[in-house]
Write a protein of this length. Structure first.
Lengths: 306, 271
């Protein structure tokens, strides 16, 4: 998961913003050269070449490669597995977005109250965030065992084949992702809640506002920046989801949990269709870019309006 | 009011207990032998056995892979902090079009999914003979995390008064000296955030090390664990002992530095 946050900390005595630089006092552009070289070699150059590959039929072997125009993209539209994985990716992203942020907000509101155990609760809910998603997936593979004597089934007295039933498996994947990252949403909402001035709550209370009204009219509007960041993080994380699926189901049963990332991995490293794989990656990139832009502009306008 | 807080406390603790169910399964199963696991999988281990841990440690090659993860993570962090803060100092202090264009170019890297360049980059790393090496991974992480690092540093430096560096320069210091001696120490809060967020990402990253290091003998922890679980998949006591040992270092670091880790992850709001 790529981490994206807005700049945060308050530096010592923040004062001058964008003062005009005095001539000769600005550092030379040479300062940026080493970083630019590494960034260009690892990200920019390969991505540009990737965009070119997306329009070829390269198989990864030798120099044999010809331009095929848009035919990779036409093939994607007619490829049930890829279109299915696109549908799965969007469903997963929606589910994670809604549930993770909903749960994260509730946890934040709970932990924000003056509880004796609040510090401990915060650590417990956040802890899974720092663990490798592959390991979390292996743990949940056991929790999701179809065996009714143990795991979630044993705990709840159910007999669900969480990862083996094609109509359930996708939601089970969403469940393990939410379990791991709800604490991440929680700490971002918590930081937002800590920024709501107490005086506003007191004033609303004096005016006779109840708990729900105070949440709706005082807290919620002021949580807009936290919400922006949380929605961005969970959307981009959901769109790129790979590790959890690869470790828990490898896209199965059938293609029920295949995502764009697992499909493009298989097209490249199992079937050797490098051009096609990169075309799928380009589709993924366009989705990530489009969603980021829409969310940034929509949520920014909402922040300004309130 | 007091009784409501008390009720909320009970509810939150109940939620936390339910939340910890997978962790309970993880720890108790790792302390059981196969007989106990098949007879009473969810009961407390009776008697607990630690035999799984010794076997998992060697079967998952956790000693070497912890070493590999540490070397790769530490070296990448040093490169990221050095290169990132340097570049950000120029980007934050310049008012030229070139500077702005460069900044936007770096930001682009935050949005680009790495899968787009995955195959060409694999070819490049392969041509350079860096597949299966620490160096290949360190260069990869430095490049892939630079946009985010530069973004955090640039935002912080822009809000920092220029007078600190100017004063040093009037006293005859070069830009380089002014940055390393005066400005860089002032960046400590954001350096902490950069360290924590990048360290957690690099330590836990799976896909690229699987691709570059799989089968090389230089695997990082997640890749070793992946191979280990694949091999011993049905022996849950052993598998879970391996997971406990593999997760322990980062969980321990988190518990010690929890205040800073949570602050790093939740930052982005106070500005």
């Amino acid at each position: 998961m790529t981490l994206t946050t807005l700049p945060v900390e308050t530096p010592p005595a923040a004062r001058t913003r964008r003062a005009r630089p005095l001539a000769g006092l600005s550092p030379s552009w040479l300062f940026a050269v080493p970083a630019l070289l590494v960034y260009a070699a690892v990200v920019l150059y390969p991505s540009v070449v990737g965009v070119v590959y997306a329009f070829t039929d390269w198989s990864g072997v030798g120099e044999d490669m010809s331009f095929v125009g848009l035919s990779n993209f036409q093939a994607i539209l007619g490829d049930e597995q890829v279109m299915g994985s696109l549908g799965n990716t969007l469903l997963l992203t929606m589910a994670i977005l809604v549930v993770q942020n909903g749960v994260g907000l509730l946890l934040a509101l709970g932990v924000h109250a003056r509880l004796k155990s609040r510090a401990l609760l915060r650590v417990v809910f956040f802890a899974p965030v720092v663990v490798s998603p592959v390991m979390v997936a292996f743990l949940w593979k056991y929790v999701y065992t179809p065996d009714s004597s143990t795991g979630l089934n044993g705990l709840l007295g159910l007999e669900v084949d969480w990862l083996g039933d094609p109509s359930v498996a996708l939601w089970s994947i969403a469940g393990m992702v939410v379990w791991q990252y709800a604490g991440y949403s929680m700490v971002i909402f918590l930081a937002g809640l800590e920024g709501v001035p107490k005086e506003l709550h007191e004033a609303a209370m004096i005016d006779g506002a109840g708990t729900l009204q105070r949440f709706r009219y005082v807290t919620w509007p002021l949580l807009a920046p936290a919400l922006t960041i949380n929605l961005m993080l969970s959307t981009i994380g959901g769109l790129k989801l790979f590790d959890q699926v690869f470790a828990a189901t490898n896209g199965g049963p059938g293609y029920a949990t295949e995502t764009l990332s697992t499909v493009l991995y298989k097209q490249a490293f199992v079937f050797g269709k490098f051009g096609y794989s990169t075309a799928i990656a380009l589709v993924l990139a366009l989705f990530v870019a489009a969603v980021s832009l829409i969310q940034i502009s929509y949520l920014r306008s909402r922040e300004v309006a309130q | 009011m007091r009784s409501r807080t008390f009720l909320l406390e009970i509810v939150m603790i109940a939620v936390a207990v339910a939340f910890l169910f997978p962790v309970y399964a993880l720890v108790t199963l790792s302390l059981k032998d196969p007989g106990q696991i098949s007879q009473a999988p969810l009961a407390l281990p009776n008697p607990p056995t630690t035999a799984n841990f010794g076997e998992a440690w060697s079967a998952a090659a956790l000693g070497p892979s912890l070493m590999n993860s540490t070397v790769i993570t530490v070296a990448s962090l040093i490169a990221l902090i050095g290169l990132g803060s340097f570049a950000a100092y120029f980007l934050a202090r310049t008012a030229t079009r070139l500077g702005y264009a460069l900044y936007v170019l770096f930001l682009l890297g935050i949005v680009l999914p790495f899968q787009l360049g995955m195959i060409p980059l694999y070819g490049l790393v392969n041509d350079l003979g860096l597949i299966g090496t620490h160096t290949g991974m360190i260069v990869f992480y430095t490049g892939i995390q630079l946009p985010f690092t530069v973004f955090l540093y640039t935002g912080f430096i822009r809000a920092l008064p220029r007078e600190y560096a100017s004063a040093a320069q009037i006293d005859g210091a070069s830009h380089l000296t002014a940055f390393t001696k005066v400005v860089f120490p002032l960046l400590r809060p954001i350096t902490g955030t950069v360290l924590i967020l990048n360290a957690v990402f690099i330590w836990n990253d799976f896909f690229t090390p699987l691709l570059y290091l799989g089968g090389s003998g230089f695997e990082t922890v997640p890749v070793s664990v992946f191979a280990f679980v694949g091999q011993y998949v049905s022996d849950y006591g052993l598998v879970f002992a391996g997971l406990v040992l593999a997760a322990l270092p980062i969980v321990a670091v988190f518990l010690v530095l929890q205040k800073y880790v949570i602050k790093g992850f939740s930052s982005g709001l106070k500005g």
